[in-house]
Design a protein around this ligand. Sequence first.
Ligand SMILES: NC(=O)c1ccc[n+]([C@@H]2O[C@H](COP(=O)([O-])OP(=O)(O)OC[C@H]3O[C@@H](n4cnc5c(N)ncnc54)[C@H](O)[C@@H]3O)[C@@H](O)[C@H]2O)c1
Length: 241
Amino acid sequence: MRGIHFLNIPTSLLAMTDAAHGGKTGVDHNEIKNLIGSFALPQRTLIWTDFLSTLPQKEYENGYAEMLKHGLISDRDLWNALSPTWVEKEEIAPFLQKSIQIKTEIVEADPHELNERKKLNFGHSTAHAIESYFLLKEQEVSHGWAVAAGMWVEAELSEMKCQLSATEKNEIASRLQALYSFELLKGIEAEELHSQLLNDKKNLNGELLFVLLSEIGNAVVNVPIDFHEFDRAWMKCFNNA
Ligand SMILES: NC(=O)c1ccc[n+]([C@@H]2O[C@H](COP(=O)([O-])OP(=O)(O)OC[C@H]3O[C@@H](n4cnc5c(N)ncnc54)[C@H](O)[C@@H]3O)[C@@H](O)[C@H]2O)c1
C-alpha cells in the first residue's frame, strides 16, 4: 500500500496535539521502538475534542505534557494558560489549537528534522532515558510523565548552559510538580541513566546533544552536555541536592 492516501482522526490528546501531525510514521520491530518508518503526510487531520470525554485521565495527562512542551519551547502565553493547574477537557480546544499550530509551523519549517524540528525534543533526551530505565525493569511508565520529568531536568540544564533565569527555572520546576508527581524518581541515581542517554538519536559521535531553553518560549538545539552536568541537574531535581 505504498503511497496510499490517508486521513488521521486522533482520539487521544497525545495524538491530537502531537502524533497526528508532522508525517512521522513508525512501526516497532525487534523490540526497538519506531525502527521501521517513513515520512508520510495525511491528506487531512480531523480533530473532534468530544472524543476526549471518554479518554482516561492518565491518558489526558500524558498528552498534556506535550502541550506544555509546546508552550515552553515557543509560546509563554500557552504555558501560562496550561499551568500550574489542569485545563479541563471541556475547555481544552482553543489551547489544543494553539499547540497544534506550534507543532505544524515547526514541522513545515524543517520537515526532516535537520535543525528547527529538533526543538520538539525538549525534555525528551531525559524522558527516553527514564522510559528505557523502567522498560528494563519491566515497569510501565507513561511517556508524558517521563517528558514532564525530563523538562524539569532539562530546565536545570538550561539554567546551567543557556542562561535560563533562576526565576523561570523555578517557575518551570514548581508548575511541573504541581501537575505531576515525581516520587518514583527520587531513589534513582543519575549514573543509572548514562547508558540510556547515549542511545539518543540526537547525539553525534558519542557526544550528548540536548535541546534546552534560553527563556520560556525559546528553545536552543544541539547543546553539548557532559555526564557531570547531567548528574548535577538530576540530583537537583530528584535527589534533593
Ligand atoms: N508520529 C509522531 O510524531 C508521534 C509523536 C508522539 C507520539 N507518537 C506515538 O503515538 C503513540 C501513542 O499515542 P496514543 O497515546 O494515542 O496511544 P494509544 O492509541 O495507545 O492510546 C492510548 C490509550 O488510550 C485509549 N484511547 C484513545 N482514545 C480514546 C478515547 N477517545 N476514549 C477512551 N480511550 C481512548 C487507547 O485505547 C489506549 O488504551 C506511541 O506509539 C508514540 O510513539 C508518535
